[in-house]
Design a protein around this ligand. Sequence first.
Ligand SMILES: Nc1ncnc2c1ncn2[C@@H]1O[C@H](COP(=O)(O)OP(=O)(O)OP(=O)(O)O)[C@@H](O)[C@H]1O
Ligand SMILES: [Mg+2]
Length: 505
Amino acid sequence: MSEIVLSAKGVSKRFGGVQALRGVDFELKAGEIHALLGENGAGKSTLMNLLSGVHTPDEGEIFVGGKPALFHSPRDAQAAGIATIFQELDLVPSLSVAANLFLGHELVRPHGMLDSKAMLHAARERLDTIDRSINPAQLVSELSIGQRQVVAIVKALSYASRALIMDEPTAALTVGEVDRLFDIVRSLASSGVGIIYISHRLEEVPQIADRVTVMRDGRVAGVTEPDAPQGELVQLLVGRPLNELYPRRSDNVGDVLLRMRQASFHPYRASPGWQAPIKVDLDVRRGEIVGLAGVMGAGRTELLSALYGAGVPGYWQGEIVLGGRPAKLKSIAAARRAGLAFVTDDRRGAGLMLRMSVGLNLVMSVIRRISPNGLLSGRRQEEAIKSSFGQFDIRPKNPGVAVGALSGGNQQKVVLAKEVLGNPRLLLLDEPTRGVDVGAKVEIYTRLRNLASEGLGILVASSEMPELIGLCDRIVVLRNGCSVAEFSGGVDEHAVLAAANGREV
Ligand SMILES: Nc1ncnc2c1ncn2[C@@H]1O[C@H](COP(=O)(O)OP(=O)(O)OP(=O)(O)O)[C@@H](O)[C@H]1O
Ligand SMILES: [Mg+2]
């Protein structure tokens, strides 16, 4: 039997009125990859926060290598060889990639000066193992969410001598990056490091895990084998069977809402790593959900944000027609007036005001739209908040809680709900279900499909191929900023991937 590297015995944790964990036992063996699954708010991140020194348990104990461990900070856990990749990445945006990788462990020359050259070089080598497109001298603030995830992974790998805890590390990665990450994780495990792997992508579980623990409502609901049928996992996860993951497509597609022909975006200033849309051809009709596929860096986020006027400053050329009229997409205000709404993939950066309540976050964005004078009666605000909670199943069901205290998946639901409240004509979504559990995903898909059948057009980028294929009426593939292929009907995943990578099928 292999040694147990990290364990929790009877741990409980309470935040105000929420009992996040109730008497949880958990064991991680040396060399095993242990998947931790559970619905949004089940307590996964809280458990890993206890195991990595972010919080201390109210009750129960943490053990490292069989000995009780008292962590007062993540540094204590790091010193014990336990590395963590947090769900909301803990990188410093204003520092370079290399500076982030060496933060607190800087390389110095004999006379005490920082050895920037050596750090850049070492950073380059470490990054290359996953993603060659990242320049170590670049500021983290200039990276895409997916690239930031890679940096956080590379950073954590260097401390992981005993255990590595990964909280949804692949949420913004595409297939190629996930494969490389899995290779690294496997080789780390075979060297004896224990790995806790948290993910909502159930299809990853049999690929990577040796064992699975499912949490529900702050408790361990069960421990199973990774090759258990997906239906069984889902049943354990959400406590009920889910038959249909994706809603039926509508055959009620209307006229063209957004028409782009040879549309290119020209930034005023070149921005490294920002892939401007180039000669994009694309239509979104009323009632239609159109997917954007592509590898990391293909320009999906850039296309959506430039349409919304939220990308880097610049101007569009080519044809962009919205609702039959040439669109002047110069600013966010203009885009919103034209009926666009945008859910960014960076919920903590641009999407939410974390210290404000869920209720305020929900109504803030709609106040100006549904009430010209900026006032909204208390009753209408309450109605808006109530309908959002119902439609998107935000938990806990308390609009007074600060958004920052919600679990990752529930924050994502708030971002979606708040954009939908504004009654847009065209909804631009970037990774809309990132970090959302399977049960809630099904509800979001159904909600999006219903919105479409009410006449809304939806343009959605997702790095989850099954989601694009299951949800969308059509898929447009971007490569190097250009639209290179389009698929509809029974879409074949391999064909989409081949187009995204510029390969023949
Ligand atoms: N710092 C905090 N303050 C208040 N409540 C918190 C805090 N952290 C977590 N909670 C609450 O504890 C519960 C468990 O949250 P946790 O983040 O562990 O869920 P999770 O399983 O990681 O969910 P997800 O899949 O959405 O990330 C939730 O109800 C959450 O709102
Ligand atoms: Mg979490």
